[in-house]
Write a protein of this length. Structure first.
Length: 112
């Protein structure tokens, strides 16, 4: 996959013993190899908001149902072996199915 989470970010996510909901979401995104830019679009938030959740900021109550549903789908697909994706195109196709409209393509040279 072209755009990846940084090694420092992955190490930080994996080292947490107790996680907030947002940090659990981050771990699922890392495990599924799902780019934050696409995940943010699926969840209807900015990348900045998503990264704040990844760092432990609280998720607003009205966002929780969608976040919980997304996380359950990802968990199920990790168990089934549908995830992790190997390429950015696979991540796009996978997440596009969860989105109401077309996902905006991300820059493949940027870190996610």
């Amino acid at each position: 996959m072209s755009a990846k989470y940084s090694a420092d970010f992955v190490a930080a996510v994996r080292s947490l013993r107790e996680r907030s909901l947002g940090q659990e979401l981050a771990a699922l995104c890392v495990d599924g190899n799902l780019p934050a830019a696409y995940v943010a679009q699926v969840l209807g938030v900015s990348r900045m908001a998503l990264h704040a959740w990844f760092r432990g900021s609280p998720i607003r109550r009205h966002r929780l149902p969608r976040v919980h549903t997304f996380m359950q789908i990802v968990k199920d697909d990790l168990q089934r072996g549908t995830l992790p994706v190997r390429e950015l195109k696979q991540a796009y196709d996978y997440l596009q199915e969860m989105c109401d409209g077309p996902l905006e393509k991300i820059n493949t040279s940027a870190n996610v």
